[in-house]
Design a protein around this ligand. Structure first.
Ligand code: URP
Ligand code: ZN
Ligand code: ZN
Length: 460
């Protein structure tokens, strides 16, 4: 046996039990109350939980966007993620104008190759729909891309119209792929941005004013209605507010397969952050923007009840100095996005489990198991069972920490959570049956991550 994890408490969405775990050739080969045989390496999990590695379904590594490029590449980004207990990501390959899906996928594979330290997959964002692209969707599914993102925002750049969304939904459903939607009304936002700039309202907080919650609620409702007309399920990304949650809830109550994720920033930070002194509000310029804190309780309730099924990060880091400051005189020039890949599990464990908003089992479900099921990675990933990939976190619920940009590993000069104090952090992180992180040290090798061909969607 290569590795034996002893004395831990295994957590899955349904079970909590004491067990040892045996690992060989990258797979879990035994889960038993006591494993007596020897192993090359023994990981002591006394006092710790052992659960499947975090899966982050929404990251943007090395992504060209708004005249800049996100500051983490697949090496720095996956190393940072691993420090925080994430062992698999699904990143977005963004289709360029006139570009085939094959070319898009190959370009993103090349970005990750030789760099990623754990397994990864890709969604493709379709931004320029033609008949040829529609015909290519089943081929991309055969290559393991079983989810596609579409944008109803970023007018003039990534945004598509309702007709294109309808066609993509129909084709993807036939091909067994799930459509993900960035739901904000891009036409209205475009007009609001122009209005605000005409009034010389240029500070970062006006980014949030230009993207009101109603614009997200409207687009979420519209996307779901279009999905209903297409007879296809839909997955709403980075849902931030009650207006959008209400639409998802209503659809689900009517038995329609609408799914949604939220992100730590929408559960912890708020509009108030835009009012930090000077240009600091730019650190939180992302889309959708941070909302009034009254939304937090609704989102937590949605996570507990099952109306929200996934917590991802939307990690899209830009340095405060040299990137965010492009928009010093005009909020619309601030690259949209914020870092978070490293801190997702710790933040959600502390805010969710320690504060008794969700159980530890639900926590594992939200950060690992349901993402794996919805996006074709299960049961190889997202669970602790014989035959699954040995992607595991030994998590010490008592370990205290303070989040700081200077001790984080993300390649970005700030964190939105500077000074945040919490309890519960990874002690050891294992990916592909190898110890990747031990007591804060990275022991892996860039390039050891593999591209994962995902299976067609499985609705949960
Ligand atoms: O502000 C954000 N969210 N940037 C990344 C692109 C996106 O919309 O997901
Ligand atoms: Zn988006
Ligand atoms: Zn995103």
């Amino acid at each position: 046996m290569d590795i034996k994890i002893t004395n831990g408490t295994v957590i899955t969405p349904t079970d909590t039990y004491r067990a040892d775990i045996g690992i060989q050739k990258g797979k879990i080969v035994e889960v038993a109350q006591r494993i007596s045989g020897g192993a090359k390496e023994v990981v002591d999990a006394t006092g710790a939980y052992v659960f499947p590695g975090g899966i982050d379904m929404h990251t943007h590594l090395d992504m060209p966007f708004m005249g800049s490029s996100s500051s983490d590449d697949f090496e720095t980004g996956t190393i940072a993620a691993a420090h925080g207990g994430t062992t698999c990501i699904v990143d977005f390959a963004i289709q360029g104008k006139g570009e085939s899906l094959k070319k898009t996928l190959n370009a993103w594979k090349a970005r990750a190759r030789g760099k990623a330290v754990f397994d990864y997959g890709f969604h493709i964002a379709i931004c320029d729909l033609t008949e040829r692209i529609l015909q290519e969707i089943p081929k991309a599914v055969a290559e393991g891309v079983t989810s596609f993102k579409t944008f109803l925002a970023y007018k003039g750049a990534l945004m598509i119209d309702d007709g294109a969304l309808f066609q993509i939904l129909r084709k993807c459903n036939e091909a067994g792929a799930l459509v993900m939607i960035h739901a904000e009304n891009g036409d209205i936002i475009d007009l609001l941005v122009k209005d605000l700039l005409t009034q010389r309202k240029t500070a970062p907080k006006f980014h949030a004013r230009s993207r009101p919650p109603e614009a997200e609620g409207e687009a979420t409702g519209r996307a779901i209605a279009i999905a209903q007309m297409a007879g296809a399920p839909i997955y709403v990304v980075h849902l931030s507010c009650k207006e959008a949650l209400d639409k998802v809830q209503e659809a689900r109550d009517n038995g329609f397969p609408a799914f949604a994720e939220t992100c730590p920033q929408y559960l912890i930070l708020s509009y108030k952050n835009y009012e930090e002194p000077g240009f600091n509000g730019a650190k939180y310029v992302m889309s959708p923007p941070l909302r009034d804190k009254s939304n937090h309780a609704f989102l937590w309730q949605g996570l507990a009840s099952g109306d929200l099924q996934v917590i991802s990060t939307d990690h899209c880091p830009f340095n405060f100095k040299g990137q965010k400051d492009r928009g010093k005189k005009d909020f619309s020039q601030i690259p949209n996005g914020a870092p978070g890949i490293e801190n997702r599990l710790c933040l959600i464990y502390n805010e969710g489990v320690n504060k008794k908003r969700i159980s530890v089992n639900r926590f594992v479900d939200l950060v690992s198991t349901t993402p794996a099921k919805l996006f074709g990675l299960y049961p190889e990933k997202g669970t602790v069972t014989v035959g699954s990939d040995a992607d595991l976190v030994v998590f010490d619920p008592k370990q205290k920490y303070t989040i700081r940009a200077k001790t984080n590993h993300q390649n970005v000069d700030y964190t939105p959570y500077e000074g945040y104090k919490g309890k519960g952090a990874p002690r050891v992180v294992i990916a592909q049956g190898r110890v990747l992180i031990k007591e804060g040290k990275f022991l892996g090798r860039p390039g050891q991550g593999r591209y994962v061909k995902r299976k067609p969607m499985r609705l949960v």
